[in-house]
Design a protein around this ligand. Structure first.
Ligand code: PRX
Length: 632
């Protein structure tokens, strides 16, 4: 069985061993899984290209480890609980046996529809069990899944379908989110008008049953196609380094990139981190509230928990529907033991009043988790006090789409608690701080740029179709290091606190966005000449989006603002809509023409007192005007 650390002393001991002999450590963990063929070499790497390979020559199928190997001992244990958007609808459960059968039937359906090993399948789905089933079905036959969060627009979906040249799109008819019905099939139809020539089939899951248009010879109903499919499906034999999935994420430049994760290392790391961070014990009910459209859902709703033989729950709805007690109601209803959510959700619920959690019995809870953005002290204290009754540990888990799994976090109730500190790195994770020259900052009580100086099994292998971009973004800043893009502080005890992004990436309600991406969207409005987007502190969202826009002819009024919001919604999706739009006559630029975002960030945050020296700017006069017109 995968190691589960039981005390702080053991953690320190295991950590040391994992750093002294990383290959030995990870080989030991990897041996707890079922491999069709053992690996010949544990690790091969160099960060310059980059080239990272784990468990070289090993053959496996991750779904045999998620499902088949559990059938003997826990076939009748519940693997998956599904809680619907509408609380009056009955919830569903799948035992490991049932989930295995459904995954096999679905895998056979995919094969019958022409999907083969290596093909890319795009998902644009609500949080229904069929999403988990079909993701695992892809993995079973060696197809590569690319799940796109269903809040993205048709344009954004089309970009992702094209980049990965997907052969199939799996969607639902409509998504139910809170009181809203979202016509997802129509969004897919629109995306497919945008040169998505690789798509041969659209598989439509009937979710709400509301009317949709079906295109002949392309669109097929899931319920028709699944009928009569066999209940077993031999899993494809995958190489440890074959691609398991692609997941798009935003960076500081240009279009989102497809982060590639591979089978062997991802399997080993997600299971290991899940068991240790959440201190999952047999019989526990674990709930992560993330959407499977993000990495958290991939690693800690689907793969990590199922690999560990856990009972994992997925929730279709939103935290405030039908009211702000929904999360706590679900915790009570299903006797949840580990609860994992985002700071933005905690802040939103905190704002609704302290009485909501008091209506529910939260005694089953053992571990509370957070992820996605820095948690402020007020939210941390509220979570600890109102949900944890001052007794439960909070695991503040720092990681990224690219890291595949949790890198820094407390381990259940084992680790010391310090508000706003994520804590110690997990075993095998060699975090470090560097200064802007790339020199490692050693010692305690230090601040710097957060890097990782040794590979770990679930790390990004490449960016799909563009390896050079992967090198450039993550491995070129500092030699021999993976650069996270975050700044961090290490305290006297060696615990880490994440300060936030140091690049042009903003984090809005835990959603990662590139400022360039939002600017490109705004610039699509024909009357916009140029724009600059920065983040600013926001009480609920963590960061809000502040856009400075130069327009020419158009009257600068709220109608124009609305048009800009529509353009952004069309280009990316509602999550990227600026909270504030300030019309300006110019943007502060350096003599080489680069926008001085530092100044814009300060003004957006309401701090106009110390803007530093602006005299070296190409156009220092605009700063005064921007300051005068700043929106509060
Ligand atoms: O800035 C960090 C922030 O989210 C970024 C990664 O975003 P994404 O790839 O979308 O993955 C989010 C879920 C894993 C990081 O670079 N971040 C993530 N977790 C934390 C965090 N910032 C502070 N504390 C965290 N616990």
């Amino acid at each position: 069985m995968t190691l589960q650390i039981k005390s702080l002393e053991e953690y320190h001991k295991v950590y040391k061993g994992s750093i002294d002999q990383p290959e030995k450590f990870w080989a030991k963990q990897a041996r707890t899984f079922e491999w069709r063929k053992p690996w010949k070499k544990v690790l091969e790497y160099e960060f310059d290209s980059p080239n990272v390979k784990w468990f070289i020559g090993g053959k496996l199928n991750i779904t045999e480890n998620c499902l088949d190997r559990h059938l003997k001992d826990r076939g009748d244990q519940i693997a998956l609980i599904w809680e619907p958007n509408d609380p009056s609808q009955v919830y569903k459960t799948y035992t490991y046996k049932e989930l295995y059968t459904e995954v096999c039937r679905c895998a056979n359906m995919l094969k019958a529809n022409g999907i083969k090993k290596g093909d890319r399948v795009c998902f644009y789905m609500p949080m229904v069990p069929e999403l988990t089933i079909a993701v695992l079905a892809c993995a079973r036959i060696g197809a590569i899944h690319s799940v796109v969060f269903a809040g993205f627009s048709a344009n954004a979906l089309a970009d992702r379908i094209k980049d990965a040249t997907c052969k199939m799109v799996i969607c639902s008819d409509y998504n139910a989110r809170g009181a809203k019905l979202i016509p997802v099939k129509a969004v897919v139809d629109e995306a497919l008008t945008m040169d998505c020539d690789s798509v041969e089939t659209v598989l439509v899951f009937k979710n709400t049953g509301d009317k949709v248009k079906m295109k002949r010879n392309r669109d097929k109903w899931w319920h028709n196609e699944i009928e009569g499919q066999r209940k077993t499906c031999r899993a494809a034999q995958m190489d440890s380094e074959d691609i398991l999935f692609i997941l798009y994420t935003s960076g500081s430049t240009g279009k989102p990139k497809g982060v590639v994760h591979t089978c062997g290392g991802y399997m080993v790391y997600t299971c290991f981190s899940f068991k240790n961070v959440f201190q999952y014990k047999p019989g526990d009910i674990y709930w992560c509230t993330a959407d499977i459209g993000w990495i958290t859902g991939h690693s800690y709703i689907i793969y990590g928990p199922l690999l560990a033989g856990a009972t994992t729950m997925m929730f279709e709805g939103v935290p405030t529907f039908p009211d702000a007690g929904r999360f706590w109601h679900i915790c009570e209803k299903h006797k949840v033991n580990q609860f994992y959510t985002a700071p933005t959700a905690i802040r939103a619920l905190m704002a609704k009043g302290d009485h909501w959690p008091t209506h529910y019995d939260l005694n089953s809870l053992k571990v509370l988790g957070t992820v996605g953005e820095p948690i402020n002290e007020e939210a941390w204290n509220w979570y600890k006090e109102k949900i944890g009754k001052n007794k439960l540990p909070i695991v503040d888990t720092w990681w990224q789409t690219e890291t595949g799994g949790i890198m820094i976090s407390g381990l259940g109730d084992i680790s010391p608690q310090k508000p706003t500190y994520a804590g110690y790195p997990l075993p095998g994770i060699q975090m470090c701080l560097v200064n802007s020259d790339g020199k490692e900052i050693r010692g305690k009580d230090k601040e710097g740029l957060l890097c990782i100086k040794f590979p770990w099994p679930s790390m990004i292998r490449t960016t799909y179709g563009d390896h050079e971009r992967c090198r450039q973004v993550y491995f070129s800043a500092f030699k021999g290091m993976y650069f996270t893009g975050d700044g961090a502080r290490r305290d006297k005890k060696g615990m880490y606190r994440i300060i936030g992004r140091v690049d042009d990436v903003i984090n809005v309600s835990g959603h990662r966005m590139g400022t360039a991406e939002v600017e490109n969207a705004i610039n699509e409005h024909p009357q916009v000449i140029e724009s600059a987007v920065v983040g600013y502190p926001h009480d609920i969202k963590g960061q809000g989006i502040y856009a400075y826009v130069i327009s020419q002819d158009k009257a600068v009024d709220d109608a124009f603002r609305k048009e800009i919001l529509q353009v952004v919604t069309k280009e990316i999706g509602p999550i990227a809509k600026p909270d504030k739009i300030q019309f300006v006559s110019g943007l502060p630029k350096t003599r080489s023409g680069k926008i001085m975002r530092r100044i814009l960030r300060k003004i957006a945050s309401g701090d106009t007192s110390r803007l530093g020296d602006v005299s070296t700017l190409l156009n220092p006069e605009v700063v005064k005007a921007i300051k005068a017109g700043a929106l509060s």
